[in-house]
Design a binder for this molecule. Structure first.
Ligand SMILES: N[C@@H](CCC(=O)N[C@@H](CS)C(=O)NCC(=O)O)C(=O)O
Length: 242
């Protein structure tokens, strides 16, 4: 199966959740946004595909994944599609719905992280909503960040084994996504995370363990891995990291 990922170039963003699954599984994929425009890739190709492209089904927003004649959008939906194909989710229905529920909680979490720097509107510059961003981030750091992290700590603690995973007794795409969220938070809110991580040791340990998985570790040090930056979801503005 030839997978094509459609996501904006230059930022890890939500596309990274899909890359992590493909890289961890070691499958070939074409990252269309990273290909130059004159070779049929780049933002133009992503935008064209978004609006319906060759198959006439418009999507609301990237990422999108194309697998043969199937096209899937939304991170959680794409990972639900890829999970069984990449052996990144257990076989039974109960586990698969549980995994999807956890992934949708991460979707909410990521959306709230985005809103810390863009509480008023994505179309406005950060500089035009700094005051609101400071207020929003204050509440996020005090209330929402601990609430989400403690939730995942609870999931891991109730699923404890020698090496706890979020879903069942094996590594899954949800572990990969939690790793990405923790890594992004360490970049965006280093002070808050330093304070909070001792309260969520299982979450911190899972993130560190995931980063050491063979293929994933190789990916993370490769030039395919994009650095977090102030164009993406996880942005470091020291004034918001209270
Ligand atoms: N629920 C979607 C959200 C997708 C999304 O917000 N994509 C961003 C890029 S990371 C975008 O281009 N949004 C455009 C918009 O919301 O107008 C998902 O989880 O994939």
């Amino acid at each position: 199966m030839q997978y094509e990922l459609y996501y904006w170039p230059g930022i890890p963003g939500r596309g990274e959740f899909i890359r992590l699954a493909l890289e961890d599984a070691g499958v070939e994929y074409v990252d269309i946004g990273k290909i130059s425009g004159n070779k049929g890739g780049g933002a133009g190709a992503v935008s064209e595909f978004l609006h319906g492209g060759e198959i006439g089904r418009p999507h609301f927003a990237p990422p999108m994944l194309k697998a043969g004649d199937i096209v899937v959008s939304h991170v959680a939906n794409i990972l639900q599609f890829l999970g069984p194909r990449l052996n990144l989710v257990p076989d039974d229905d109960a586990s698969r719905y549980w995994a999807n529920g956890l992934q949708l909680t991460l979707t909410d979490f990521v959306s709230e992280v985005h809103d810390t720097h863009h509480p008023i509107g994505s179309s406005l510059y950060y500089e035009d909503q700094r005051e609101e961003a400071a207020r929003r981030s204050g509440v996020f750091v005090q209330e929402r960040l601990p609430k989400f992290l403690h939730y995942f700590e609870r999931v891991l603690s109730t699923n404890a084994g020698n090496e706890p995973f979020l879903v069942g007794d094996r590594h899954s795409y949800v572990d990969l996504s939690l790793f990405q969220v923790v890594t992004g938070l360490r970049y965006a809110f280093p002070r808050a995370m330093q304070r909070l991580e001792p309260e969520v040791p299982e979450v911190a340990a899972l993130a560190d363990r995931v980063s050491q998985r063979g293929r994933l570790a190789a990916y993370l040090t490769s030039d395919r891995r994009l650095d977090f930056n102030e164009g993406g979801i996880f942005r470091h503005y020291p004034e918001l990291d209270t």
